[in-house]
Design a protein around this ligand. Structure first.
Ligand SMILES: O=C(O)C1=C[C@@H](OP(=O)(O)O)[C@@H](O)[C@H](O)C1
Ligand SMILES: C=C(OP(=O)(O)O)C(=O)O
Length: 425
């Protein structure tokens, strides 16, 4: 159980662990590249460890050298049929992107997941991958894991995704590496583009024009891959420091890919004092240091257009909205219902338990500002983002907040509690 208490401010200089999205992709793409890749800054969270274990099951040799992960890629057709069932654990990114790669393999694979992952929708990737020619079966008419996949002989498709989801887009693009012809993915609102950037860096035949991505049959070659700090992990500290007067926090080496920086835009719109320093580009991804000075924030409206750029940050945005002046309204975020938990219901329920006035909407929530937050015992639903968001809530509360089942934090941010201790005063 994690317990947090009211603090006077957040002060210091921290780094956050490697970006989860980029870490997954580094292992997956290096595995299907020819030659050796070195991955620096890899996130050793449970989700990314699940990705490593799936690729080991497919015959890939992954060496953890501490400073770097050395991965001996086998090319597009070098994976071998796993003897047992692969386990994606709690990770939606693992099962969905892996399915795109398995769609290109002629052998049979079964991929399972934990209780949360087995409830999450897979039709969103199974439908387009079947259109390309793969066989994908699963419970609930092929919508739920475990998934059974036999691929091979793929043809290209031109697909307009009904959801703005990087996992859907990436699954199709990865299958597109194996397809005859050009595979095209279109999205109404562009989702995170790490797959496209890394594919390009590894030599794929890929282009993006006006948000439309086209990939052709390609060979990839091993590379040195640098994983920047995860802005989604930084968000818990960034939001807390921004909303707490007397705070002064520097977070070094954070990934600043524009498809991920919605949290910075929203905090600034709420009045936050945030600056970026030391902006660089490393292996096709922008990074920089984020400098935050705390102050009282204002409530705002957050709508559909920006949601994909901050989808995983909404739980912590809801927390600091409760401390801001005036109401915050979040809409167009129905995708939150199909994450590790239903993040709309989870957050509304837990925020209400500590005295925050918040209303559930079909596609978001409405949070009253200037709440007097009480202490109490809250639930994580086994969802790492809910656990960390509620831990941040405790920093503003009048009594201790106890987060039950907080072990799930290891999914994305194993050192969360340690990092928090170094900056709270
Ligand atoms: O592609 C990725 O790495 C991710 C995409 C997002 O999910 P969706 O694609 O379902 O929106 C995000 O919520 C998840 O944490 C990671
Ligand atoms: C939604 C998340 O991850 P995934 O979909 O990979 O389980 C997340 O990390 O918040």
């Amino acid at each position: 159980m994690l317990v947090t208490n009211k603090i006077q401010g957040i002060e210091g200089k921290i780094t956050v662990p490697g970006d989860k999205s980029i870490s997954h992709r580094a292992v997956m793409l290096a595995s299907i590249s020819k030659g050796t890749s070195s991955i620096k800054g890899f996130l050793r969270g449970e989700d990314c460890i699940s990705t490593i274990s799936c690729f080991r099951g497919l015959g890939i040799d992954v060496e953890d050298k501490g400073e770097e992960i050395i991965l001996h890629g086998k090319g597009l057709y070098g994976l071998r049929e796993p003897e047992g069932v692969l386990d994606a654990g709690n990770s939606g990114t693992t099962i969905r992107l892996l399915s795109g790669i398995l769609a290109g393999q002629e052998f049979l694979t079964i991929v399972m997941g934990d209780a949360s992952l087995r409830k999450r929708p897979m039709a969103r990737i199974a439908v387009p991958l079947r259109k390309m020619g793969a066989m994908i079966e699963g419970r609930d008419k092929g919508n739920l894991a475990p998934l059974v996949i036999r691929g091979g002989n793929l043809k290209a498709i031109d697909y307009t995704s009904p959801v703005s989801s990087a996992q859907v887009k990436s699954a199709i693009l990865l299958a597109g590496l194996y397809g005859e012809g050009d595979t095209i993915v279109r999205e109404e609102i562009v989702s995170r583009d790490h797959t496209e950037r890394m594919l390009k860096a590894l030599g794929a035949n890929i282009k993006t024009e006006n948000g439309i991505v086209t990939v052709g049959k390609s060979e990839l070659h091993g590379e040195e891959i640098h994983v920047p700090g995860d802005i989604s992990s930084a968000a818990f500290f960034m939001a807390a420091a921004a909303a707490m007067p007397k705070s002064h926090l520097v977070i070094e080496g954070v990934g600043l890919n524009p498809t991920r920086t919605g949290i910075i835009d929203v905090l600034k719109e709420m009045g936050a004092d945030i600056e970026i320093d030391n902006l660089q580009e490393k292996a096709g991804e922008e990074t920089g240091d984020i400098i935050i000075k705390g102050k009282k924030l204002q409530g705002i409206s957050i709508g559909k257009e920006i949601i994909p750029r901050l989808i995983d940050e909404i739980p912590v945005i809801a927390v600091i909205a409760a401390t801001a002046e005036g109401k915050t309204i979040i809409t167009g975020a129905e995708e939150l219902k199909v994450k590790e938990s239903n993040r709309i219901t989870s957050m509304v329920t837990e925020l209400q338990k500590v005295g925050i006035k918040v209303k559930e909407l079909p596609d978001g929530m409405e949070i009253e500002g200037s709440n007097s937050i009480t202490g109490g015992r809250v639930e994580s639903y086994g969802d790492h983002r809910i656990a960390m968001a509620m831990a941040v809530c405790g920093l503003f509360a009048n009594g201790p907040i106890e987060v039950a089942n907080s072990g799930c934090i290891d999914i994305s941010f194993p050192d969360f509690q340690k990092t928090l201790k170094t900056v709270t005063k």
